[in-house]
Ligand binder design. Sequence first.
Ligand code: ADP
Length: 264
Amino acid sequence: MKKKLIEFRNVSFRYTDEGPWVLKNVSFDIYDNEWVAIIGHNGSGKSTIAKLMNGLLFPQEGEILIDGQAVNEETVWNIRRDVGMVFQNPDNQFVGTTVQDDVAFGMENRGFPREVMVHRIRKSLHAVGMEDYLLAEPYRLSGGQKQRVAIAGVLAISPHVLILDEATSMLDPRGRLEIMDTVQSIQKEHDLSLITITHDLNEVVQAERVIVMNKGEIWREATPKEIFSESAALRKIGLDVPFTTIMADELRKCQIPIENEPLN
Ligand code: ADP
């Protein structure tokens, strides 16, 4: 049986005591080596979930367990060794003057020994295809290259979970594809659980499972195929459904077979 790596148990969260609940009674599990996409309209609570997963925020109600350990002020540094995050804007994630300094930063924060750091910098830059850029200045890199370096920085701490929070949204379509390909092969090679947070339905096609958020609540938990068969409902909750999906859905309704997909 697959091991549960992340458990959200009836989690509710609000940013201020008097403010609105931005997550309401959210429960789900994420398993070892699984790729789960979390999608939803802007403001549906996706980023808040990501921040709760690595202890940047704590819930007022409910409980979050990472690898069986409850997330709280005492466990948060252990948790951050387990859960790595890459955010939307690569420029906000750079601190060093060279690529290798940047990759080292997360490890320095967590007190890794120097010899381990040197080895891991090379290994993780190799994993994202940036091994030739050790001494490059981060600000000279393209958006896609910057995100690769940010991913390398996270990989260097050997997390069990990698979260990409809208990490491709500032990239052009080619950059997006490249990052998603890189991440997918990393997930398989490093036995990671991968959580991709996006409002772009194109990015959920290859995930194993999709959690759809709507107004702070889980609207659906299903496979991409099941999710895509509900294009009208997805549009109603504010998601941009790709044209090809709408077409496929319409054709299915008319019983016109789609290539590689038998009607049943
Ligand atoms: P998403 O990632 O799906 O766009 P978020 O988790 O960022 O959604 O936001 C959920 C809700 O919480 C939104 O209504 C947003 O305005 C609100 N919110 C997000 N960050 C803060 C904050 N720092 N202070 C107050 N409200 C916030």
